[in-house]
Design a protein around this ligand. Structure first.
Ligand SMILES: Nc1ncnc2c1ncn2[C@@H]1O[C@H](COP(=O)(O)OP(=O)(O)OP(=O)(O)O)[C@@H](O)[C@H]1O
Length: 300
């Protein structure tokens, strides 16, 4: 996995709505992502979808800096080139119901300017990767909810993106498809920053190499699924500055998914106690945390 920074966000703010309904959906967010599967976690309304939309360049930021693949997203001359290298699955997406699955994915290959000579193979590969090759000739309106989601994933990866943004991609997938999908994500992430917004702990445990926890429009913790599980097993300790460490010896036989769930809850509670001014927590890795020494918080 390369160490190159593919996504860099500094002091991002996104204000949505007007008048009394105005909200700071993202509020002073910093983030640096390299190749890997980055699980974007957080409660409802934390700002995950808003962040993903801004990274997909479909929603302009109110302030702050974003660079994708080293390109400033405000650089209109390079935006087209940049969009060719981004894949995006929105939470809800539109389609022509009479399009076949193949036509749907072909259409996105064309939008993403995949060269005509490569488009046929790219579409076939994308459909195979999501397990829809045998439904390529079926109309979109005939697909089940889970199959539609998989068609959505196929369009997102048809251009072989270096930044792949997936907003709740596993919603509606059956367990077998979820397992296949998680290994697909890991394969895609060898050379790409894959950002997956999810509420499913199994996705985090099974697919993610990194986690980014959001709360109230900010990043409150970064680390790995193992670090989050360790926080769940041993318990977090924090002081007023938001500096966190782990206490207790925990239970080694605590299942990974439930440990991650408890780590998630503990980190969010700690973040709420620390307040909006606190620096994000860097989750301690299990091997490095045996001393129980507090780990200082730092940027993502
Ligand atoms: N168009 C809008 N106008 C005003 N506020 C909005 C708008 N869209 C989103 N918001 C607010 O922005 C905040 C962040 O919303 P967002 O959808 O990004 O959260 P989320 O973390 O993706 O939530 P969920 O887990 O429920 O999908 C929420 O408080 C939401 O109510």
């Amino acid at each position: 996995m390369s160490e190159q920074v593919l996504v860099e966000v500094s002091d991002l703010a996104v204000v949505l709505g007007r008048g009394k309904k105005q909200r700071r959906a993202v509020d002073g967010l910093d983030l640096r992502l390299g190749a890997g599967v980055h699980g974007l976690l957080g409660p409802n309304g934390a700002g995950k979808t808003t962040l993903v939309r801004v990274l997909a360049t479909v929603l302009p930021p109110s302030s702050g800096d974003i660079s994708l693949l080293g390109v400033d997203v405000r650089d209109v001359r390079r935006r087209r080139e940049l969009r060719r290298q981004i894949g995006y699955l929105p939470q809800a997406f539109g389609y022509y119901p009479r399009f076949t699955v193949r036509e749907f994915v072909e259409y996105f290959a064309w939008l993403k300017e995949v060269p005509a000579a490569r488009a046929g193979v790219a579409v076939d590969t994308a459909l195979e990767r999501v397990g829809l090759a045998d439904r390529a000739g079926d109309r979109m309106k005939s697909l089940s909810g889970g199959m539609l989601r998989r068609a959505g994933v196929a369009q997102a990866l048809v251009n072989d993106p270096r930044v792949l943004l997936l907003d709740e991609p596993t919603a509606g997938l059956d367990p077998e498809q979820r397992v296949a999908f998680r290994s697909l994500l890991r394969e895609l992430a060898l050379d790409a920053a894959v950002v997956v917004s999810t509420h499913l702990v199994e996705d985090v445990a099974g697919a993610c190499t990194h986690v980014v926890l959001m709360e109230a429009g900010r990043v409150v913790a970064t680390g790995t699924p193992a670090g989050l599980a360790e926080a769940g097993r041993r318990g977090l300790v924090h002081d007023g500055d938001g500096v966190c460490g782990l206490v207790g010896s925990g239970s080694a036989d605590d299942g990974l998914a439930s440990a991650i769930e408890r780590g998630y809850t503990g980190v969010l509670r700690a973040a709420r106690v620390s307040g909006p001014g606190a620096a994000p927590v860097v989750l301690p890795e299990p091997a490095a945390s045996t001393s129980g020494a507090p780990t200082s918080a730092a940027g993502a």
